[in-house]
Structures are given as C-alpha cells and as structure tokens.
Design a protein around this ligand. Structure first.
Ligand SMILES: *Cc1c(COP(=O)(O)O)cnc(C)c1O
Length: 434
C-alpha cells in the first residue's frame, strides 16, 4: 500500500490526525458464521479456557479469599444505569433507544480491571502446564494443593516477564507473585506511580522505562529470550490472553438471561469495549460473536490520541502502522489505552467481526467519570468510561437502536487509591460544570 495516499483512501484520517472524535463503520463486517470459518481460534479453545478456570476455582478461593463468595470464579456484576442514561442524553443533547447496562470489570476480584480475565488466566495456564509436566498435578486433582508450600517452592524456580502500561502488570504481577513465580514487570513511562508501588509491595520486580509501551514489551521479550525458565506474556500476540478474555461471554450470557434481557433478531445487543492493544476487547468480542452471532454488534472505543486499532483495521495495515505515522502523540490519561501500535493478531482475527470503532477525548472521559459517580455512585478510571458514549455515537450516526440492549464495558477502576480517585473526580467535575 502506498502510504502517501493514505488520507486519500481513508479520508477519516484527516480528522483523526487532528485528534477529533470519529466513528468508523467496518465495511468488512461479515455474517458471523462465514467470518468464523476463516479463523484459527475456535469455540473449543474458549471452552478449554473456561474449564481450566473452573479447575482453578478451589485454589483461587484459598489464595484470594475475596473470591470465596463467587466460589473461586473471577466475575463482575452487570448493572442497570438509568440515571446515567438520562444524564448523558441531557449532556449530549442526543436521545437514543434501548437500555444501557454497565459491565463492571472495575469490580473484578484480585486486580480490579479487565486484565483480571486474560492476565490471570495466562499465569494459571503456565503454572498448570509446568506442574503437570513435572508430574506434580493432574487435571482431576483438587487444585487447592497448588497453595501448598512445596508447590510454591516449585514455581519459584521459574519466572514470568511482562511489558505493561499498568493494569496488565498489576494482574500478572499479583497473580504470579501469589502462586510463587518470580515476576518482573517492565513498565512504560505512562504507568501510574501507585501501580508500581503496589506491585513492589507484593514482591514484584518493577523495571521502569522512559519510553512507551512498545519498548517495555520489547524489553520483557528480550529478558525472557535469554532465560529458558522465564516465560514472557506477550500482550501483542498471546492466544492464551485472548482466550481468558473470551470466557467473559458465556458468563455474560447467563447474567443477561438471569436479568430477563433478551438477545435475538428483534432485540439486538450492542457492546462497547475500550481498546488498547486489542486483546481484552478483541477476546470479549470474539466470545460474544460465538454465542450471539449476528445479533451482537461490537464496537471498540479508543482515545483520540491513540486510535491504533481503528487505524490498523481501517487501513488493513494492522501492526504495520502506528499512530505516530499520522502525527498523533499517543499521549492520553487513559493509561490502559495508551497504545500506539495495535496487535496484528487481534486486528486480523476481528477484521470481519467488529461492527466499528470510535474515538473519545480525554476531557470527555473525565467528564463522564464525574457524571457516573454523581448519578450512579460508581467510580471508574478514565479509560473505563470510553465505552459509555457508544449509544450516543450510534444514535447520532442514525443507526437503528429499537429494542436494543447496550453494554458499556467498564474495564477498570477498582484498585485506584482514594487520593487518586479524588483527583480524577475533581478534574471531571470541573469539566462537567463548564
Ligand atoms: C488494558 C485495558 C483496556 C484494553 O485492553 P487491551 O487488551 O489493551 O486492548 C481497557 N481498559 C483498561 C482499564 C485497561 O487496563
């Protein structure tokens, strides 16, 4: 592809360059059944991940007592937010049909963000593989034995490395340290201080870089290559992370059924997923497409300064293009989303399954943060608000939303310390009152 002509071929880039909010509808969206045929990932792989998490439930209840009330299953609530819906319609002077729900991954146990799905899953899978290989564990065992001292000593012979903007480091760091691995988290410059402090308190080695996320990932990769007992968790290419995220779909389906929310031909489901490198939102969306097919419409949401997945998917260049090539600085307070180059694996996998993608400014994320806190008493971190404007975007673009259920995926915020919450809220409140 001739990069000189990118703007001519994709005029939306004109607006993206200026960090304006945009919405893109995917022209390659395909009938789900046909799209799934071309993929290397399957529903069997998601089922396998789900079964593995079930096996670990007895261990997780011991290792993290806060998971006991859900019997060792790491899951989050799905809640109605009618007051927020009303307030948003007012704020944006835009009406939309359908009910909006919040999927509170901010409340996920252990690490308080969507990373508690993929990150923890991959650490557990690594541990299981090693223990089975050494004859210390069978799939039919009660995995509670993994909490024993001898098992911890066994895992201490191995290490885990990961590069992160923050939340993936938290989830992998906390889980790895708990099960006994030595763990190193390579943190990008935008990672928040409190995340580094929290990890160090839990015995995680944190290495800081002055550069962005891609460099942190690269350093993690290099560290692991030198050492055969070190496993690198690859946020850009990992199928395991993706599968850990995808398990969310069957859990969500049950919640929708329990709450009497229909999803069928006459009751479409719209899901809005904040997107960084793509694994989290991609995995969840993949799982949902497997279960709901053409009745579910998945949209990614990215910061105006870091629309890497939109750029990669729209141009078809995927990981061969980064946001700096269109003059964007990849600077955003939405730290989980501060990613300049998308995952090629996710982009290619989701190429025919994603309905579209939109961008949102940092100011709007802060404004919505305060609005949600005021209307629903729910606190999220800035990134996690990116999904909430989905219905507004679609309604403004004339998409039919009759009988729709909208789900804004609230991807994080549960671990944010009180003093940081106050700063976030004050910032949002100021913008809201303007
Ligand atoms: C990581 C993260 C995301 C996006 O997940 P990716 O796998 O990076 O696309 C969204 N929200 C929050 C709060 C995150 O930490």
């Amino acid at each position: 592809m001739n990069r000189q002509n990118l703007i001519e071929q994709f005029p939306l880039i004109e607006k993206m360059k200026k960090a304006e909010e945009v919405i893109w509808f995917n022209p390659n969206l395909t009938k789900t059944e046909d799209a799934l045929k071309n993929l290397s990932v399957t529903s069997e792989m998601v089922q396998d991940a789900s079964d593995r998490l079930d096996r670990f439930a007895s261990y997780l209840q011991i290792a993290f007592p806060e998971t006991a009330k859900s019997n060792g299953i790491i899951e989050s609530p799905l809640v109605e937010i009618p007051a927020m819906a009303t307030a948003m319609k007012e704020l944006f002077q835009t009406d939309f049909n359908g009910e909006i729900l919040l999927k509170c991954d901010s409340n996920l146990p252990i690490s308080g963000s969507i990373k508690a799905r993929g990150g923890i899953y991959e650490v557990l899978k690594t541990a299981e593989t090693l223990a089975i290989r050494e004859g210390l564990l069978k799939e039919t065992d009660d995995y509670a034995i993994l909490a024993n001292k001898e098992m911890r000593e066994f895992f201490a012979r191995y290490s885990i490395a990961v590069g992160s903007t923050g939340n993936l480091g938290l989830s992998i760091g906390i889980m790895s340290a708990k099960i006994g691995f030595h763990v190193t988290v390579h943190m990008s410059s935008d990672a928040k201080q409190w995340k580094k402090d929290m990890l160090r308190e839990k015995g995680v080695e944190v290495i800081e870089y002055d550069s962005d996320y891609s460099i942190a990932v690269e350093e993690g990769r290099k560290q692991a290559e030198k050492d055969p007992t070190c496993f690198f968790i690859d946020d850009e290419n990992s199928t395991d992370l993706f599968m850990g995220y995808a398990v969310a779909a069957s859990r969500l389906k049950k919640q929708l059924e329990q709450q009497g929310k229909k999803v069928d031909e006459d009751h479409p489901l719209f899901v809005y997923l904040p997107c960084g490198v793509g694994g989290g939102p991609g995995g969840v969306a993949f799982g949902l497409k497997l279960l709901f097919g053409d009745y579910v419409h998945c949209y990614f949401a990215e910061p105006t300064h870091s629309p890497c997945m939109l750029l990669g998917m729209m141009t078809g260049l995927h990981e061969d293009i980064a946001v700096d090539e269109i003059g964007l600085d990849n600077k955003t307070d939405a730290d989980g989303l501060a990613v300049g180059r998308p995952s090629g694996f996710v982009g290619k996998t989701m190429e025919q399954l994603i309905s579209g993608s939109y961008t949102i400014s940092d100011e709007k994320m802060y404004t919505l943060l305060a609005l949600l806190a005021d209307t629903e008493q729910v606190f999220l971190e800035p990134s996690a608000l990116a999904g909430t404007t989905g219905p507004i975007h679609l309604a403004s673009s004339g998409v039919a939303l009759n009988n729709a259920t909208h789900i804004a995926w609230a991807t994080g915020g549960g671990m944010v310390p009180e003093h940081v919450k106050e700063v976030y809220y004050a910032k949002g409140k100021l913008l809201l009152n303007h």
